[in-house]
Design a protein around this ligand. Sequence first.
Ligand SMILES: [Zn+2]
Length: 1035
Amino acid sequence: MWGRLCAAGRQRPPRRFRSLNHKSWRWRSSSVHERALRYRIGEQIHGFTVQQVTAVPELFLTAVKLSHEDTGAKYLHVAREDSNNLFSVQFRTTPMDSTGVPHILEHTVLCGSQKYPCRDPFFKMLNRSLSTFMNAFTANDYTLYPFSTQNPKDFQNLLSVYLDAAFFPCLRQLDFWQEGWRLEHENPYDPQTPLVFKGVVFNEMKGAFTDNERVFSQHLQNKLLPDHTYAVISGGDPLNIPDLTWEQLKQFHASHYHPSNARFFTYGNFPLEQHLKQIHEEALIKFQRIESNTAVPKQQLWDKPREHHVTCGSDSFASDPTKQTTVSVSFLLSDITDSFENFTLNLLSSLLVGGPNSPFYKALIEANIGTDFSPDVGFNGYTKEAYFSVGLQGIAERDIETVKQIIGRTIDEVIEKGFEEDKIEALLHKIEIQLKHQSTSFGLSLTSYIASCWNHDGEPLELLKIAEKVSQFRQCLKENPAFLQEKVKQYFKDNPHRLTLSMSPDEAYYDKQAKTEAEKLKQKVNALSEEQKKQIYEKGLELIALQSKPQDTSCLPALKVSDIEPTIPLTKLETAFAADEVPVQYCAQPTNGVVYFRAVSSLNTLPEELKPYVPLFCNVITKMGCGALDYREQAQQVELKTGGMSVSPHIIPDDSHLDVYEQGVLFSSLCLDRNLPDMMHLWSEIFNNPRFEEEEHFKVLVKMIAQELSNGIPDSGHLYASVRASKTLTPAGELQEMFTGMDQVKLMKRIAEMSDVKPILRKLPRIKKYLLNSDNMRCSVNATPQQIAQASKEVEKFIKGITRSKKERRPVRPHVIEKYSEPKATGSETLNCSQIPRKLITEPTFQPCQMKTHFILSFPVNYIGECIRTVPYTAQDYASLRILAQLMTAKFLHREIREKGGAYGGGAKLSHSGVLTFYSYRDPNSLATLTTFEKAVDWVKSGDFTQQDIDEAKLAVFAAVDAPTAPSDKGMDHFLFGISDEMKQMHREQLFAVSRENLMDVANKYLAAGKSTRGLAILGPENADIAKDPSWVKR
Ligand SMILES: [Zn+2]
């Protein structure tokens, strides 16, 4: 995988700012902290020396910093009362060319190592472990290998595999060919077919740069920091990747993946000493210190601003094809190792661009000349020196100058006027709530939070002391009210290191790229002797033979099915009725002083013609203003009083009938205990007095939504394909496509293009009438036990305050059934589960039918989905199909689609709706992959797999089933899906019981050709074979 870790917008994990509320925090006497606090500075443990021990109460953690004596390897351990333990090792990888050497290396070290020489131990461990996370990332200046698990034995197993992969990889030539690049015959068996470039990273990067936001971000970093490693593409430029040699790859490994260039991080409640011992003995003891020479020098500052213009592929979904230009102005800030300066600049950036009240939102977004901010807007702290960027996308080329002028003017205004105190308070409140909100992947967030700063020898412990930073920040403001304005002057107004970057589409962009690639290919091929050509042919066959050879994986450590917990812990839920009719589920949890309120409202009475607009309604209903508040004041209140309020469509298939489903809208929100009355008041106002009059603001929101949807296609193409492919298989599928599929993307595009949006805006109050009332509603609250009574009062008040329809509204579809989750007594034990009625739609006459759709897009790669209607959640066959999907993915599809086919990913999965989906992602093949899906089924039917394979599939499925749940999400399966703990336990037992016969049986029964109805969809370029075939619908 490759990404500018955290920097790429959509995939960005929440940035971790923290502050401290001294009063609410109690130091819990805990063995984890006591143990960590006992370490003494200078103490020697397994080759390491303790350098620092620091308690950070606001994060409930104690950090221990060490260094390895013989090699200089750095180590940070974070002890915390959390069973989801994490390990990561990070190397500073600073390439000086765009061959993608760090990225290809990241892939290749995972292809086998000295102790674990079998092919691809990393992927194999996914099936031999209960890991909660396993991955590898290439950022622009480091490479990170993290995993997490709740099981101590699993931790040791994974650590052993990770250490061996990173420090003692085989790096075989064939691995390099498979993962990096190679010349191979189009059909490797036929030497008459032309030679082409193949390779996983080669294709991955071709796919990555179909995302125009990524193209822009990449150019931005390359051109703003042009002196050293940031001037190149660490992931690899597809046109430079074929310049990399196997020798260079091995050399890069030797100089960069060395303990002297490594940073180790461990997190959780497992003892540190065991980790140190294993890392010392299995890896570090075999090395001597080297001089690593990987440091990034300071960027030479410019004496005057620079400008660049670049081109990209045209966006087939742009709402206005003449407005596809992006422009931004970026400013180089301070060194990221200066943690307070960066904390301040990060806050300052949020004040400048965050939310509808920020100066740049008002000046740029509301100027209504673009669709959304430019990529990487705001603070970017993932390079040695941070930068701030602001601009617009979706503008006309002639507006570039206008945007530049607006930016300059806005900076002047901020320097003159400063920021309102309320805005600063809202931001500090946000830090407080983010600090208290408990996530299940805290260790992972922490390792990515400190990675960049630590990578440049900054002090990671300093970053964790958020409370200190907040008080220091407040102090600075108190001493100098113009503190922030002076920073704006220094870093923006008076800063000559400033880049204006613009990008516009070129119709011929992909053609030109294909031509350059073809020339490169020709060059390489022409230089080959007959002898070399013969070798290429033979190597191609050798690679296939190797990929197809059954693997002996017995060298790898593995958990057993018996290591899986046989039963699940029960979640205690209670249900009460608010205002005597609305069911409210209460779940008392250690939520750390945060209340989570959710509600579901039914769509059953909504007229059909309004339905396509439900996602739009959801998107804007919390952003248009309510009661006495206009949209700006509302945004301000939401920021000051809550951790977020959002609304989304909610389609839930039934657990026992495929043609039954629930349709509704989900309201979600969180706030600090003390702010609950304010948050519920905001909900009341949104329900009772939403405002729909601000047409200009509505237009702005619509454009942003349309832009976001179209930008998301390169990353989520396989999801769009799958949603489309299952459209005609179940009644819920059709609604799913309407709400989240390509139909929705196209609808939003149409609306964004309208010169008059009034007809659309007028639909919103109509939808409101059917949705925002208490007729068909249920609520849920997760809070600390002490807070439940107060919460119940607030919910009661809220429900009583919202309108109930005067006349009974009839459901639009005639068949509605009321359903309760059914808690049954098992033996003497009664499961603690409350009943909540849900009104489901049933379509007894529904006929699934086959449909094949090809969405023709300008991308050079395909996204494929093939869906098959199977059985609902509670059926025994569902459990078998779930294991089967995992088995096919791990033992067949991964090999065929990724290793041999060169796609970035592919597999099979069974969704909650009972639809089994085969998919591929960034796939150079199209129809050939469909044949591979068929072959996967034949493979299962032939029974060519072992009991070990089945056990591994079970482990992988249980790793997902038993993934940790945050206190905020406990009880949600029951509230949202109607799935009780008892049903989950039943499903668990069904999963344990799945046998070889079951697997072959369900493959025959549902997946064999002609047995079930299936749907197909491909997103991708023009395709001659599909064009000829009339059974495909082309869109
Ligand atoms: Zn990758």
